[in-house]
Design a protein around this ligand. Structure first.
Ligand SMILES: C[S@@+](CC[C@H](N)C(=O)[O-])C[C@H]1O[C@@H](n2cnc3c(N)ncnc32)[C@H](O)[C@@H]1O
Length: 308
């Protein structure tokens, strides 16, 4: 059955981005094309460049966006390559850029992709088709590196116990192998509503796909590529992502982001944008009820100032 992916915070995304049409709309995380379709419908003056590192997502979105014909160009690439993609295709400075971070329901609902602990599959977790899999990572990394990864990217309090158990038990090949191991060493219940494997799986996914590095490399060049008055909207799903978005936007707004103990500013901030959302936009209770995945979403929107 084809995956259903309800686009998160679609109404505010349309509200903030549609007024920048006509022009080029970049959906940097195309997924199944839910946001792209909402924006193409709302603003007939948009031409879409859809980017996704997952070839399966691009193929599925191509099918779903067929009715929009020549308004749509899709590229299977990572979003940190956006400046090169624009250049290679001789595209104009975008009027709007959207990034809806994380993974899609297509990825989560396909056990063979190994993203989810709810169904057994190979321990893969790659959004694209290159680079090491999660199995290669857990089976080869030093114990200390695993512990630090689970702590930094998953804030897993039992990181040390999980790292130790992995090193004792490896090789681990499947999502079930890893889930069972975690269930043995991470206590269930208490005030924790989430499954004990949630944080470790999140941490591995972030590491396998270099998600935070991708985001850090993406934001500033993407902002610079916008035309004056163009807008960028980013939806993040956990505090590690949102922190990068918030700090990058603060710096690009001209705020000094030097550590407080620096005697003078060394970051030499430029004012490239105006932040349009003073605090992040969150889903309403109704949206969370209809689409529980939206629960932790935060949307931030900025506008490119004039000049370059
Ligand atoms: C949450 S889904 C997007 C869903 C989409 N907005 C929709 O409405 O259908 C995130 C998508 O971004 C893609 N993605 C994540 N990181 C990426 C990156 N660095 N470069 C390109 N695509 C990325 C994933 O493969 C996934 O398909």
């Amino acid at each position: 059955m084809p995956s259903v992916h309800i686009p998160v915070l679609a109404d505010p995304v349309v509200k903030w981005l549609a007024p920048t049409a006509p022009g080029l709309l970049v959906d940097a995380t195309l997924g199944l094309g839910g946001h792209a379709r909402a924006l193409l419908e709302a603003a007939p003056g948009f031409q879409l460049l859809g980017v996704d590192r997952d070839p399966e997502a691009v193929a599925e979105a191509r099918r779903r966006l067929e009715p929009y014909g020549r308004r749509v160009t899709l590229v299977n690439q990572s979003f940190d390559r956006l400046p090169e993609i624009l250049l290679e295709r001789d595209l104009p400075p975008p009027a709007a850029i959207l990034a809806d971070l994380g993974c899609s329901s297509l990825q989560l609902d396909t056990p063979e992709r190994g993203f989810s602990f709810s169904a057994d599959g190979p321990l893969d977790m790659r959004m694209g088709s290159d680079g090491p899999t999660a199995a290669e990572l857990v089976n080869t990394a030093d114990e200390e590196d695993l512990v630090s990864l689970f702590w930094r990217y998953g804030e897993e309090r039992r990181s040390r116990a999980v790292g130790r158990a992995i090193v004792r038990q490896r090789p681990l090949d499947s999502t079930d192998d890893l889930r069972r191991l975690i269930e043995r060493v991470v206590p269930r219940g208490g005030s924790q509503k989430i499954h004990p494997a949630t944080r470790v799986f999140q941490a591995l996914r972030i590491a396998v796909n270099d998600e935070l590095g991708q985001l850090e490399r993406f934001i500033e060049p993407a902002v610079r590529s916008l035309r004056p008055g163009g807008r960028m909207a980013i939806i993040s799903f956990h505090s590690l992502e949102d922190r990068i978005v918030k700090h990058s936007f603060a710096r690009l707004q001209g705020k000094c982001t030097c550590p407080p103990d620096f005697p003078e500013c060394r970051c030499e901030p430029e004012t490239l944008i105006r932040v349009l959302t003073r605090s992040p936009i969150r889903p309403t209770d109704d949206e969370i009820r209809d689409n529980p995945r939206s629960r932790s979403a935060r949307l931030r929107v900025v506008e490119r100032s004039g000049g370059s």
